[in-house]
Each structure stands twice: as C-alpha cells, then as structure tokens.
Design a protein around this ligand. Structure first.
Ligand code: DQA
Length: 149
C-alpha cells in the first residue's frame, strides 16, 4: 500500500519556526520517523511539501490511482482553502488531517478547518508524533476498508 504525506506552506521551516508552538523537530526528521513506521506497517510513503497551493492541488490530483490515502498538514491553507478539500474529494482520496499544534485551542482564525469535514480523522496537538499517530490510524482504516471490500 502506498500513502502520500503532503505538507503545506512554511512546514519546510519546522525546527526553526516558532519552536515554542511547533517544537524543534525538523520535517526531515518527521519524515525519517515516518519511514520507520511505514516499514513496520508495510506501507510505502511518498513525501512532498509545497509553498504554492496550485502545486499542492496538482499533487493531490496526481495521487489518483497511485496511492491509497494521504496524510495532510495543509498549514495555514487549512483555514482558507476549500479547493484543497475539493481536490481530495474530486479524486476520491481518503485522508487524515494532521497538525502539530491543537488548532482548536489557538487564535480564532485557526479554529476552523476546511479539510475536516472530508477527513477520515484528525490528529492535532501532539507535535511531531501526531504524524505517526495519523499514519497508524490511516493505515488501519484503509486496511479495514480493504478487508471489507
Ligand atoms: C499547523 C497549524 C496552522 O494553523 C499553521 O498555519 C501551520 C501549522 C500545525 O501543524 O499546527 O502552518 O498546521
């Protein structure tokens, strides 16, 4: 099973960006840890990060027929972009939404997610470890769906 791990704007800055909120773990370190978990679960991970929303939309479209599901941290686009949710829906790609911080405990403008209504699940507030939790949840849900089919 292949899974896409999609990160949105400014997440390339993890490690130096507002460490009191996002921690000191870099995106490369998160991806390295996910590789270990992926190996344990027997899934192949495809990583990408975007600072351009159009490119992220194209990447979601290109997931069609290539991956079984996605983990997505859309960063600030979470709070602004219905287009991202439409892209996932448009290619029927199941996804789990991830945030390092608990967006529902932050500033009012971060307390709404356009992705949440279409997500299989959401993991927020557990820092870098949230990606691992989200991957385990996504693979379990996809495997259960596969078994039921
Ligand atoms: C974030 C939360 C967003 O509000 C913010 O814009 C980010 C990171 C998180 O992982 O906590 O870029 O998605």
């Amino acid at each position: 099973m292949r899974i896409a791990v999609l990160n949105g704007p400014n997440l390339n800055l993890l490690g130096i960006r507002e460490p009191e909120i996002y921690g000191t773990v870099t995106l490369a370190e998160i991806e390295a840890r996910l590789e270990e978990v992926g190996a344990e679960l027997g899934v192949t991970l495809l990583f990408s990060q975007f600072n351009d929303e159009g490119r992220m939309l194209d990447a979601i479209h290109n997931c069609r027929g290539v991956v079984a599901g996605a983990l997505v941290n859309a960063g600030a686009w979470t709070h602004t972009s219905l287009a991202l949710r439409d892209a996932f829906t448009g290619v029927k790609l199941p996804y789990v939404e991830v945030h390092l911080s608990n967006i529902y405990a932050r500033e009012p403008e971060r307390r709404h997610s356009w992705l949440a209504p279409g997500a299989l699940g959401i993991v927020a507030g557990f820092g870098a470890e949230g990606y691992e939790l989200a991957l385990r949840g996504l693979v379990r849900a996809l495997s259960a769906a596969e078994g039921a089919a």
